[in-house]
Ligand binder design. Structure first.
Ligand code: CA2
Length: 154
């Protein structure tokens, strides 16, 4: 099983600023935790982070046929990007949307996600653990062991 792990703009800065919202772990540390967890499920992870919306859309298009599903923290693009929404929908692969912070406890503009109704599920607010919970949920669904809301991208 292969899973694409996508991180959007500014997440390369994790661990250096805004720990109250995003925790203290760096993106590299979170990726290492995910690799460790994925090994137990015999899942292979492919990581990508970019600050560029076009590069992210290109990466989804290029990898769609190579992965079974996506773990997505689109960061600010969550709230703005029809292009990423369309790319994920077009990939025909299920995805779990994750957020470090609880976006519903923050500014109103973060309460709207252009991705959530396509996702098989959404996990927000558990800092780095959101990724681990998201991976666990995605693996269970891909293995046919878990139930999920019918994500329209599936
Ligand atoms: O809570 C999340 O995971 C977010 O996706 C993070 C995004 C934010 O725009 C979303 O509303 C919620 C922002 C990521 C920015 O990350 C930084 C990390 C350290 C320093 C500055 C920004």
């Amino acid at each position: 099983m292969r899973i694409g792990v996508l991180n959007g703009p500014n997440l390369n800065l994790l661990g250096r600023r805004e720990p109250d919202h995003y925790g203290t772990q760096t993106l590299a540390e979170i990726e290492a935790l995910l690799v460790e967890r994925a090994e137990a499920s015999a899942a292979e992870l492919t990581f990508f982070q970019s600050n560029d919306e076009g590069d992210i859309v290109d990466w989804v298009q290029t990898n769609a046929d190579l992965v079974d599903g996506w773990l997505v923290n689109a960061a600010a693009l969550t709230h703005t990007s029809v292009a990423l929404r369309d790319a994920l929908a077009g990939s025909d692969r299920p995805f779990v949307e994750v957020h470090l912070s609880n976006i519903f406890a923050r500014e109103p503009f973060r309460h709207t996600s252009l991705l959530s109704d396509l996702a098989i599920g959404v996990i927000a607010g558990f800092r780095a653990s959101s990724y681990l919970f998201g991976l666990e949920a995605l693996v269970r669904v891909l293995q046919g062991r878990g139930e999920a809301g019918a994500g329209k991208a599936e």
